[in-house]
Design a protein around this ligand. Structure first.
Ligand code: SF4
Length: 328
């Protein structure tokens, strides 16, 4: 196992104990400074190379139950670790996979179209549990090599599965990094709660602001899932992107939201968004689907306020006007 990797990501191997043993060595004042720096510099926006910074960021967000920031950070962290693992030996990849996914994962040589190929084998139930997060048909069991209760995957796909499980483990606190109870985070709590609120309610736009708090329930749900790095089906992506474009959001801003999705591919996403805007392909500019269509797709989560609404944009405009009147 690469000792560098071990050193860079101790929490992958020792979890909570890794943070505890490092913290033991740090004087309390220094630790307090580190925590304040992490919060004031919004360390969750960019994953540092410093393992202590990473562990403290996760620990702070977990302790303060800052779910949205934690999700964003978990997406970024898992992608970073995924790209680091790409450069590691097979042994390291296997060790990380065993730690994060299932300790029964192994490597085996099999004959593939007459050629000896080294693949990772994952128990079928484990594979099914993780692959449910991916919408692409590539991940369906019927498209996999299955032999004697194991799914055989290549290194790249295994790393993609590691990323997904790691993200999930951090968000759902199966990897839990705990700060000692006596460390008071009430100042940080105030700052982080405020950031989380702003993050939920407004998206800054060049020409003013889009009021996320005026979104219909269906779009609010899709946006929140995208921001938390949970998957969206093709129709859900289409509905959300066309809705956001109709409100005047730019391609770059929509792309930024989609960049949290587990199977995000920058080139493909940009092409698809440009296509929806009519900038490539047939030149057709697509509109968001009506409520009737969204109901058919299973995206509608009709609330009380949706009574006579027939289109999500109608809901939004009505809501914005109402809020505006109430303010005056
Ligand atoms: S009724 Fe329309 S606006 Fe309301 S949740 Fe359903 S699809 Fe969205």
């Amino acid at each position: 196992m690469s000792t560098t990797f071990h050193y860079k990501y101790p929490f992958l191997f020792y979890g909570e104990r890794a943070l505890a043993s490092i913290i033991e060595e740090i004087p309390l004042d220094n630790l307090r400074n580190l925590i304040s720096n992490i919060v004031s510099r919004k360390a969750w926006d960019r994953v540092s190379d410093d393992p202590l910074n990473i562990m403290l960021t996760v620990a702070i967000l977990q302790r303060l139950q800052a779910k949205r920031l934690l999700s964003r950070y978990a997406v970024r962290l898992s992608k970073k670790i995924g790209s680091e693992i790409q450069r590691e030996s097979t042994e390291t990849v296997l060790n990380v996979a065993r730690k994060i996914i299932d300790n029964r994962i192994n490597v085996e040589d099999i004959q593939l179209r007459g050629v000896k190929t080294s693949l990772f084998k994952i128990p079928v139930p484990t594979y099914l549990r993780i692959s449910q997060y991916f919408k692409s048909i590539k991940w369906k069991l019927v498209n996999q090599i299955v032999i004697n209760g194991y799914v055989y995957v290549g290194r790249r796909d295994l790393i993609r599965l590691i990323e997904e499980m790691l993200k999930d483990a951090i968000i759902n606190e199966r990897i839990r990094l705990k700060l000692p109870d006596h460390i008071d985070l009430s100042d940080e709590y105030r700052r982080i709660s405020q950031i989380e609120r702003t993050f939920t309610e407004k998206i800054k736009m060049p020409k003013g602001k889009i009021r996320v708090d005026a979104f219909p329930p269906c779009m609010r749900e899709l946006l929140s899932r995208a921001r938390e790095g949970r998957n969206l089906s093709h129709t859900e992506r289409f509905s959300l992107a066309t809705f956001l474009f109709s409100l005047g959001m730019s391609i770059d801003d929509v792309n930024e939201i989609f960049s949290n999705l587990p199977d995000y591919d920058a080139r493909k996403t940009m092409y698809q968004l440009r296509h929806l805007k009519g900038l490539v392909g047939s030149g057709t500019k697509y509109s968001p689907p009506s409520c009737k269509k969204l109901r058919f797709y299973g995206i509608c989560i009709r609330g009380e306020e949706c009574k006579d609404i027939t289109h999500p944009l109608q809901y939004y405009l009505r809501n914005v006007k109402r809020r505006h009147r109430e303010k005056r």
